[in-house]
Design a protein around this ligand. Sequence first.
Ligand SMILES: O=C(CO)COP(=O)(O)O
Length: 247
Amino acid sequence: MGRKFCVGGNWKMNGSKASITDLCKVLTAGPLDPNVEIVVGCPAVYISFARSLLPESIRVAGQNAYKAKSGAFTGEMAPSMLLDVGADWVIIGHSERRQIFGESDELIAEKVAFALAEGMKVIACIGETLQEREAGQTEAVCFRQTKAIAATVKDWTNVVIAYEPVWAIGTGKTATPAQAQEVHAALRKWFTENVSPEVSDAIRIQYGGSVTAANCRELGSQPDIDGFLVGGASLKPEFVQIVNAKQ
Ligand SMILES: O=C(CO)COP(=O)(O)O
């Protein structure tokens, strides 16, 4: 199939110059599987600092970007600004942005399209809450979120989808490999039917939610899991083992 495994770290609102220095030393020492694309989502204020400490092979992502080039949007940042300070990726639509900051499917879709148009690569996040899963709405929710993004995206080359069930984020409750694979396969089928077989075959779908060194191998061996988006464990040396899950 030839989809390059892609592992993202999402540092969220964590870190300081001191801790980022330590983490970048660990990542630089690796060793990291050269066949894996690696991206770390860094708090915006530390992007240039992290970029200066990491090898070129590890890419840096912002964790949010607005849908305008510049202007009166206090507290926001433009994709061009992230690019300017060394991030060529951006994470958009994380469940924390959706839930805590009230971002809608439509806003997220607009942000994804804008960041792509500005030349960034995007990790677009989707996923159901526990309540939605228990109500049997997992696929409906994931398809609705993906459909909104598909309404604005024409070229999927620079898009990675991160399937992150909200109930698995930061809870230590990982989706089982079978549960994750089931949703990933359903998403891939959705792409075949609603976008194209070519995009469906090529698009990387990451799993996120309590990924650790202990569970990454089994998750990563599922046919439709093409990488991970890692929160808590991306702040620890164990991230190296997660990057190397396929070795
Ligand atoms: O939200 C996540 C990555 O974006 C997952 O977080 P945890 O790995 O801490 O569960």
